[in-house]
Design a protein around this ligand. Structure first.
Ligand SMILES: Cc1cc2nc3c(=O)[nH]c(=O)nc-3n(C[C@H](O)[C@H](O)[C@H](O)COP(=O)(O)OP(=O)(O)OC[C@H]3O[C@@H](n4cnc5c(N)ncnc54)[C@H](O)[C@@H]3O)c2cc1C
Length: 180
């Protein structure tokens, strides 16, 4: 859908750093050459701090590893029908048709479909969305456990900020400046 709207994706491109001139970002350096734009958004989840550290930006986002397994239901009568949240162990158990997905911290073996990922957490559990000290560099990262849920809303806020429109929500406490 994004491509239909004119978005161009570049896959398997490693960002190495930025080129600066007079306090502005003029290019992004990658293993596939340099990319230029009017505005740049650092949105690399847990990897965002590493990318912008060389610019003198201290971004407090920390990786919190989480796991997910998806397993087949073997006894329909004993399977949950809706999502269960275990607040003590921070685990969500979700019904997916004839399968169950368990997300959180878990040790798994055998037949389960398994993956793990890094949740980009901030100290106050709120994402960092906003401008930086560089005129044309923005940050949209640190969404922790809710990055998929907040992705469209965050992108909308980011687009409004970049194009000088007033976002629908108050963004005064969403930016990097709140940590000063
Ligand atoms: C087990 C688990 C379950 C989850 N369940 C949910 C859920 O149910 N609902 C929900 O809303 N959220 C969930 N989350 C959280 C969600 O996955 C994250 O909040 C979200 O992925 C953050 O998105 P992001 O794009 O900011 O960062 P990421 O998804 O981490 O993406 C960052 C990308 O940047 C790339 N990258 C890093 N460095 C470079 C570089 N130098 N050059 C080029 N690319 C680079 C990385 O490879 C990566 O692809 C879950 C997370 C985990 C671990």
């Amino acid at each position: 859908m994004a491509e239909e709207l004119g978005v161009k994706f570049h896959y398997n491109v490693d960002i190495k750093g930025f080129q600066l001139n007079s306090g502005k970002i003029v290019a992004v350096e990658t293993n596939k050459g340099t990319f230029t734009a009017d505005r740049y958004v650092a949105a690399l989840g847990s990897f965002t701090p590493h990318l912008v550290k060389g610019l003198g930006l201290n971004v407090p986002i920390y990786p919190v590893k989480g796991y997910s397994i998806t397993i087949p239901i073997i006894d329909e009568s004993r399977a949950p029908v809706s999502t269960i949240l275990d607040e003590t162990y921070k685990i969500a158990i979700t019904r997916l048709g004839d399968r169950i997905r368990v997300g959180g911290m878990a040790e798994v073996t055998d037949y389960a479909t398994f993956w793990s990922g890094l949740r980009p957490m901030t100290p106050d559990s709120t994402p960092i969305i906003g401008a930086t000290k560089y005129d044309n560099l923005y940050i949209n990262a640190g969404h922790g456990t809710l990055g998929w849920t907040m992705s469209a809303g965050s992108a909308r806020v980011m687009a409004d900020l970049i194009s000088g429109k007033k976002p629908d929500i108050d963004t005064s406490d969403l930016g990097l400046s709140r940590y000063k």
